[in-house]
Design a protein around this ligand. Sequence first.
Ligand code: EPS
Length: 388
Amino acid sequence: MGLRLTTAGESHGPGLTCIVEGLPAGLVLDRGALDRDLARRQLGHGRGGRMKIESDTAAVTAGVRHGRTLGGPVAVSVANRDFANWEERMNPWPVAAEVPEVHLPRPGHADLVGVQKYRFTDVRNVLERASARETAARVAGGALAKAFLRELGVEVLSHVVQITSVVAPVPETLAPEDFAGVDESPVRCLDPGASALMVEEINRLRKANESLGGVFEVRAFGLVPGLGSHVSWEERIDGRLVQAIVSIQAMKGAAIGGGFELAGVPGSEAHDEIFFSPERGFFRETNRAGGIEGGMTNGEPLVIRAAMKPLPTLTKPLRSVDIATHEPAPALRERTDSATIPAAAVVGEAMVALVLADAYRRKFGGDHIDDVREALAAYERRIGWRRR
Ligand code: EPS
């Protein structure tokens, strides 16, 4: 069995729930680490008024006893504090009050196609679930996956590399230590100069009633070679990672290693030559493949980037059409964030961690965390793997 995440919840409903199935028993969880990841997802220059209302914390309601997993599904709930302001509009049960419907779909959102597909007349029935508030539940699930991966020597980290036209320089190699201060940057960027320019860019465009997109990068260190498989398309880990990343609200693309740039260089500059030494075993001097060859991890750090479109809720709304009258009208004007790429990077970590944890569960099995560790150690011995 692999590892599976289910999330439930609406943006202004009572709360969000995540269920992670497939964690082994005996895994030690750190309550603080869960809340830290939830708090990291709330950070970043460019967030809107909602983040002043929310202060996300994880309430574990199933699958854990005295700080250790029991082997069953783990359930975590994250309350929506804002529900207090939406009790009538978002009550799970009928209310006496008249609740007006939303009829103005926002271009770039799920709004229009969602009401068509689900036979709704009220856009709110779509936008509440489509909202990126749901990513709080993903991050809670991702924190569980990270706890499992940490036991296996794997760390998943992220940073922002671009906000609209501001592109940060990224050194050729990065080690986990290089990410130590990333959460102190207001945009979660490793380069202080670019960080300052990104903040200016957000301020400038926000003042012009614009929203912003960008690019973040997730890196995973300590991965054993052989996660995923070349034998069938569904098992290729690059495909699974890209699916997970692009499933994050507002993502339009994902690229592994050199990504699209590899398409423009000759073969001799696109691959990572293979070397061997008794001390290091097999090793590479470059990592253009981003740690994946043939749909499998190859032992080098995983490098994956995601491109996020500018948020589609604009303070100066785009043109739209009233779905009840079919008259032209500006799109729904909602309170919104202007830039969320720093937060999206934290969500990216969660999604990558979930896919990697799933791959470790599929490859090494085991009902207890020590079974997993033993199976991994035996495999590492067999292939002569030296942990990087
Ligand atoms: C979101 C709109 C905003 C964001 C929200 C995602 O919410 P609201 O409409 O309440 O102002 O703040 O993100 C979160 C609540 C969150 O926790 O990230 C959207 O439309 O996707």
